[in-house]
Design a protein around this ligand. Structure first.
Ligand SMILES: *Cc1c(COP(=O)(O)O)cnc(C)c1O
Length: 500
């Protein structure tokens, strides 16, 4: 609880009903915490308690204490966050938290924000309106005006000629690889640090992913190490714009051109990011996107392949739809898939694209906040070059090993205990059973380091300033900065600003 919010719900024992009502207005919390002059708890009163008292004939200037709950359920500061949250219910809606002297240190309320999520979707009235329109139109399957609109507008968004909507980001990658003819015997170059779907899609083609380590600056595939991984069997490279930071596509596409390789961008985490003024997805032969619930733009589940290549566009469409010949219904020239998106998902996608400016502005504000508030002597961030315009998918940092001997995992555990949902970076792909390589630690040292120390912090579009302040406050406190820079964490009265 931010100290100013706590201050605004605390009232003295002599408070009146009128004073309590003014406090509800000030704090926007529907409760007052009645304390003695030492801030020891005497009782709590909710807006409902005050309303019932007024209806029962108490005057506005009647004292609050007689109508308050003087024996409320309380939490103690030595309880874990989880223990405290467990005490909350519809009935125990507000939970004052007191220290061993009975002094109020925090107040928790039973609403869905007791844990700050890492990335929740921002969907609202516009999405609802378009989905409702799609339902009422009867076009709820994989044809309809929203599919066409979403494809056209997404192509325009990326600066490509074509966009093909599919059911998720993984099949977007599989479809692109298949349409480019990747199959058994082929090798595809993939970064050793990415979400597993990049490599799984290669395996779905019965081809072999060949890993290349990432670079320390951007955490993306190291272009200088690509050459050494190319063999006569190499057919394609999949650069992944990890966490919204673009890859060095100029170098990658140059190598690909010289060695006659396809470039399929995995832009699942980077909608709208740019390299040298061009949007990601438009920089290779094909670009693949995901619209999973936690991605920058969502359709619930969903994906897209974008390209400038007319033939590739046609092959993608045929393969997406059971390999059916577009000129001859139910005639199948090739084995295809059912990878279609529904009109309902596309309706959400159109609404999300129309809200792009709002989404990206919020994401930029979140990045600026963390940049300014997480100290660089403790946390390292990816360093895009000036020719890159990143988008903040999940704000992600590396805990420096100088951070007071704290391990990444103990920090994450403590953060979760305190109701802040954080997430470790992906494991190195060659460390996991399906992709295992002996000696991966030495072959992919940069991936290993980032994977060991990295974690993402809450980055939802709808995070408010209180929540951002709370997240950074708790991180600072846990990582030991709170001990050295105590002043930053205490209010003028010397009380801890963030309930630790
Ligand atoms: C999310 C993601 C995918 C897969 O997308 P889904 O829609 O979940 O199948 C692929 N690659 C990367 C890098 C991702 O983050």
């Amino acid at each position: 609880m931010n100290s100013s919010v706590l201050q605004s719900v605390i009232v003295p024992e002599t408070e009146t009903l009128r004073g309590a009502m003014l406090s509800f207005d000030r704090s926007a919390l529907r409760v007052v915490v009645i304390c003695d002059e030492k801030r020891r708890l005497r009782g709590i009163a909710t807006e409902g308690d005050v309303r019932r008292a007024l209806l029962a004939g108490h005057g506005l200037l009647a004292p609050i204490l007689p109508i308050a709950n003087t024996n409320p359920v309380i939490g103690r500061t030595d309880m874990s966050r989880q223990e405290l949250v467990n005490l909350l219910s519809e009935r125990v809606y507000f939970l004052p938290v007191v220290n061993e002297e009975g002094i109020v240190e925090d107040i928790l309320s039973f609403d869905k924000r007791t844990t700050i999520p890492i990335a929740s979707p921002t969907v609202g009235e516009r999405e609802l309106r378009y989905v409702t329109d799609a339902v009422l139109s009867g076009w709820i399957s994989s044809q309809g005006k929203y599919i066409t609109a979403f494809e056209e507008r997404f192509a325009e968004f990326c600066g490509t000629k074509y966009a093909v909507a599919v059911s998720n980001g993984t099949v977007a990658l599989h479809l692109a690889l298949t349409a480019l003819g990747i199959g058994p015997e082929d090798e595809v170059i993939v970064p050793s640090l990415t979400f597993v779907a990049t490599a799984a899609a290669v395996r779905h083609c019965h081809a072999t992913p060949v890993f290349v380590d990432v670079e320390a600056a951007t955490w993306n595939i190291e272009p200088a190490k690509i050459e050494a991984a190319i063999t006569p069997r190499t057919r394609a490279i999949i650069p992944v714009h990890l966490y919204g930071v673009p890859c060095r596509m100029d170098v990658i596409t140059k190598i690909a051109k010289e060695r006659k390789l396809w470039v399929i961008e995995d832009a699942a985490e980077a909608h709208g990011a740019e390299f040298l003024g061009k949007r990601v997805g438009s920089l290779g032969h094909a670009g693949c996107f995901s619209f999973f619930g936690n991605k920058i733009i969502t359709t619930g589940e969903g994906g897209m392949v974008v390209t400038d290549d007319e033939d590739l566009n046609s092959r993608l469409r045929v393969l997406r739809d059971h390999g059916m010949n577009p000129a001859r219904r139910y005639w199948h020239d090739v084995v295809g898939y059912n990878y279609r998106m529904t009109n309902l998902q596309a309706a959400i996608g159109v609404a999300q694209l129309e809200r792009w400016d709002q989404i990206i502005a919020a994401k930029d504000r979140i990045r600026e906040w963390y940049d300014a508030n997480l100290p660089q002597d403790l946390f390292e961030i990816a360093r895009p070059t000036p020719d890159m315009r990143p988008v903040c998918w999940l704000y992600t940092v590396l805990l420096k090993d100088t951070a007071n001997g704290l391990s990444r995992d103990s920090l994450l555990h403590a953060l979760r205990e305190k109701g802040v949902d954080c997430r470790p970076i992906f494991f190195p792909l060659p460390a996991m059973p399906p992709y295992f390589e002996d000696d991966w630690e030495n072959r992919y040292p940069v991936t290993r380091r980032i994977s060991e120390w990295g974690f993402s912090v809450p980055s939802s579009v709808e995070l408010n300033w209180y929540e951002l302040e709370r997240v950074t406050g708790i991180i600072l406190l846990l990582s030991g900065v709170g001990i050295e820079k105590e002043s930053a964490l205490h209010d003028s009265a010397g009380h801890l600003k963030y309930f630790p």
